[in-house]
Design a binder for this molecule. Structure first.
Ligand SMILES: *Cc1c(COP(=O)(O)O)cnc(C)c1O
Length: 388
């Protein structure tokens, strides 16, 4: 079975576009035009220029000497934390804003949980002078006050989702409702490799710059590439150009929360079953009668009950190995990286580093870890849980 997407937007049994009829014209327009636009010379010229001078790419591939010595293996860090706004998410929002412009859209909507995707979207909208509306659960607005202020500073309107649990899934429902009501002038920027086809493919192609750079920066292939997986966009970005290189072991790290044997977890690969979430067939954490279960992770960016459909397929085909890391293991890894390398990582990112503890490493191993984001946004969690 092919590892890649097929003509219908499926990755094996996963993917597709399970959308309400009223959304069909919007998704169809995107599906018909995205490849032609993003592969045009004109798009690529502006995208590459912004990635270089605005985002700060290429991000360094840094040989972490003290961490390498600690684990007796060669460890390289792909520094997405040095991107403008502090994480990889901006690669996608810049790409999608350029796509929206070329589709003649004047209004951008997005949904956000912790606020990181909202900030990256508001940033891209400010750059292009486009109207920006970010839907966010009322509960998340209260929990993530600094990011709400950032979005407002950038000129975005943050609209509270008041229904249900007043969190990410409710914000997603509001964004979809908005898109149905504004089909002609609005583009919906999804923040990870999730949602209906063509979003998983679009976002993967925009994030693929990460592995393209790793290939150019490293002399020969690494033995392993590791990345944390929420929806899976930074991980796909880091794996993309290595999927056909069978000598490279690819490992995705998801959030086990309190542990996969507890009811407080977000480890979809370990606990999920096939189902439709956010208009895509994928693995979902759900009850036997199909109700989505509330996930838990100390890290807001990994606190998601599904996973991108491509990852579900790569898991099933065995090309990528998915392991899980608990809240505590991730927090321990935050301190280790901070003190060994002078880099305070995002809590999401720390899940990838925590897995080093469980690997049987050899001095000949050459590991690339995708350092998806910096930890400034997590400082209040670090103050609460770490003795700092
Ligand atoms: C949002 C976020 C993630 C999780 O999203 P993916 O789509 O799985 O990459 C990981 N790391 C950081 C720093 C994030 O902000």
């Amino acid at each position: 079975m092919s590892l890649k997407i097929d003509e219908q937007g499926f990755y094996g049994e996963f993917g597709g576009a399970y959308i309400p009829e009223m959304l069909y014209p919007n998704v169809e327009e995107l599906k018909e035009s995205y490849l032609k636009i993003i592969h045009s010379d004109e798009f690529q010229k502006e995208f590459q220029a912004l990635l270089k001078d605005y985002v700060g790419r290429p991000t360094p591939l840094y040989l972490a000497e003290r961490l390498s010595e600690h684990y007796s293996a060669e460890i390289w860090l792909k520094r997405e934390d040095l991107c403008h706004t502090g994480a990889h998410k901006v690669n996608n929002t810049i790409g999608q804003i350029l796509l929206a412009e070329r589709l003649g859209k004047k209004r951008i909507i997005a949904e956000t949980g912790a606020g990181q995707h909202g900030v990256a979207t508001a940033t891209a909208c400010a750059l292009k002078g486009l109207e920006c509306i970010v839907y966010m659960g009322e509960k998340d607005i209260a929990r993530q006050a600094p990011n709400v202020s950032r979005m407002r500073m950038l000129g975005a309107e943050v609209r509270p989702a008041m229904s249900g649990s007043r969190t990410l899934k409710d914000a997603t429902n509001e964004a979809i409702r908005d898109w149905i009501n504004n089909p002609t002038d609005t583009h919906y920027i999804i923040g990870s490799v999730v949602g209906p086809h063509p979003y998983p493919d679009l976002v993967a192609r925009l994030q693929a710059v990460i592995s393209e750079e790793i290939k150019a920066q490293l002399d020969g292939n690494p033995t392993h590439i590791m990345a944390c997986v929420g929806g899976g966009s930074n991980a796909i970005g880091a794996f993309y150009h290595f999927l056909d290189d069978e000598d490279v072991e690819l490992i995705g790290l998801e959030a086990a929360g309190h542990g996969i044997n507890t009811d407080k977890s977000a480890a979809t690969m370990a606990l999920g079953t096939p189902g439709v979430l956010h208009a895509s067939m994928t693995l979902v954490m759900q009850t036997l009668d199909g109700q989505v279960t509330e996930p838990h992770s100390v890290s807001a960016g990994l606190d998601y009950p599904g996973v991108g459909p491509w990852h579900a397929h790569l898991h099933k085909e065995g090309r990528v190995r998915y392991e899980s890391v608990t809240d505590q293991e991730a927090l321990d890894a935050v301190l280790l990286l901070s003190r060994k390398e002078g880099i305070i990582p995002a809590l999401e990112t720390a899940h990838a580093f925590a897995h080093l503890e469980k690997m049987d490493l050899k001095p000949t191993d050459r590991i690339v870890i995708n350092l998806s984001g910096r930890g400034d946004k997590d400082l209040s969690t670090y103050i609460e849980f770490l003795d700092v």
